[in-house]
Design a protein around this ligand. Sequence first.
Ligand SMILES: Nc1ncnc2c1ncn2[C@@H]1O[C@H](COP(=O)(O)OP(=O)(O)OP(=O)(O)O)[C@@H](O)[C@H]1O
Ligand SMILES: [Mg+2]
Length: 263
Amino acid sequence: MSVIRLENVTKKYEGSMIFRDIYFRVMQGERIGLIGRNGAGKSTVFKLIMGKEEPTSGRVEINPQLKIGYFSQFSELSGSLSVQQELEMCFEQVALIERELLEVGDKLGLVTDNNEMERLLARQAELFEQMDHLDGWNVSVEINTVLTKLGFNDRSRNQPIDELSGGWRNRAALAKLLIELPDVVLLDEPTNYLDMEGIAWLEQWLYRFKGAMILVSHDRQFIDKVVTRTIEIENYHFQEYEGNYTDYDCVTTNEIIKQLFIN
Ligand SMILES: Nc1ncnc2c1ncn2[C@@H]1O[C@H](COP(=O)(O)OP(=O)(O)OP(=O)(O)O)[C@@H](O)[C@H]1O
Ligand SMILES: [Mg+2]
């Protein structure tokens, strides 16, 4: 089943051609690397998919039931909440149940009346069941893992996001996208602010991700490790790139060397 379809799409900016007559399909579970020189139109593909830009002609069709997550080097969270609170808000219902479970636990430690104890135990059982149903037990572990792997320490994860530097607000946006677990992820240079450990962990995360993904990155090894298909934007067209991106770089380098000898 395809989740994204570009049918005969042409995109121009102010009369200047970016790409022409594109047919491009992304199937459920596909992880696509999108490559091309600076200005080839990679970010424009994301803007078309998200409806931020209209095609000059042709159709962009997105399965409306799917949740799309987008991240770029310009994505930043903002606000007075901490990143920890932002991520917890993604699981509002789980947080409410957790809070009530703590309250019930406290009351159970103090209660002397039998009827009241029975009532509290029944409520506790109900809340346990709701947590099971929401698969809520792992939420705090997941939030902790994402934040730790992206480099947040105790201080930075609890500081208001507005007080963080641009790089950290960018990482916070990535953390939120990963926690929200959309059906489709569009990633435009996601590794720019990450250290080696963060990159290695994101690689694993994307490798295990079951949804569809389009990834733009200058990091060849990163692309090679996570994608199932590579598409190159060249001469206004999308071309299936056979082989991996590291090969692409070798071919380009060989071409340059060849040209040097020919000239
Ligand atoms: N809103 C716009 N109006 C006019 N021209 C634009 C607009 N957005 C992008 N462009 C131009 O369209 C071309 C494609 O831009 P795009 O940002 O999609 O390229 P890219 O492949 O993402 O480049 P990079 O590798 O530098 O990120 C570029 O020449 C850019 O200057
Ligand atoms: Mg770009």
